[in-house]
Design a protein around this ligand. Structure first.
Ligand code: BTN
Length: 212
């Protein structure tokens, strides 16, 4: 079932409280306590796209969601990227984010995209300032179509598709006082980085890439 709610705390929190049927969706006009990754707040004024869905568990869920968002936007926007593991980048700035939460037997995926809203944060962008208008229900319908399709791909195909768009490949990344060059993404979703003469795997639950 698809629910549309004017104002709630967080679409992820709302679904976890009121619904846990696979494929249940909630779309909010605004969120009072939008949640980002790593305990951050997600600015959620009117004009943005804020939705969550109950999903079966999948090791590569954030990647499936990221590719689905790219497929929705690709016909309308040039210069789109993904940034491992969860960011949607448009013209070098953050356009949106993905929050996947594990509830044991199922997951809740949350998607936030800056459409007309302007988050008061450096390094972010929205679609309307580039002359791109998107209806939220059209966005949602297209997202659900692509999500279904991409979920059925093999892990290898999902990673190959994500890698095509990932702006970190061949670039230097920094974490916990270390640095390295991103080489690829492994089938388990970890980032493969060449650092101090060896290849190491970074896991999104364990590292936070720093901005430089
Ligand atoms: C990030 O930190 O980049 C992830 C942001 C995810 C935001 C979305 S908005 C809809 C859903 N509900 C939330 O509270 N968060 C996610």
């Amino acid at each position: 079932m698809i629910h549309i709610v004017d104002n709630l705390t967080s679409t992820n929190a709302w679904l976890s409280k009121y619904n846990s049927e696979i494929d249940d969706v909630v779309l909010a006009i605004e969120q009072a306590q939008g949640r980002g990754r790593r305990g951050n707040t997600w600015e959620s004024q009117k004009g943005g796209f804020y939705a969550s869905m109950v999903s079966s568990k999948h090791e590569l869920l954030p990647f499936i969601v990221g590719i689905s968002i790219i497929k929705v936007l690709e016909p309308h926007c040039r210069d789109l990227n993904l940034k491992w593991p969860n960011d949607i980048i448009f013209k070098g700035k953050k356009l949106g984010g993905i929050l996947c939460e594990d509830f044991g037997t199922y997951s809740i995926i949350g998607v936030g995209i800056n459409l007309e809203n302007k988050p008061p944060l450096e390094g972010t962008t929205n679609l309307s300032s580039h002359g791109i208008d998107f209806d939220k229900s059209v966005f949602l319908a297209s997202f659900l179509f692509h999500f279904d399709r991409i979920s059925s791909l093999s892990s290898k195909e999902i990673i190959e598709e994500f890698t095509k768009f990932d702006c970190l490949i061949d670039n230097e990344v920094f974490w916990d006082g270390n640095s390295g060059i991103v080489k690829s993404i492994d089938l388990d979703g970890s980032l493969v980085v060449q650092s101090k003469g060896q290849k190491i795997n970074l896991y999104s639950e364990e590292v936070h890439l720093e901005r430089h």
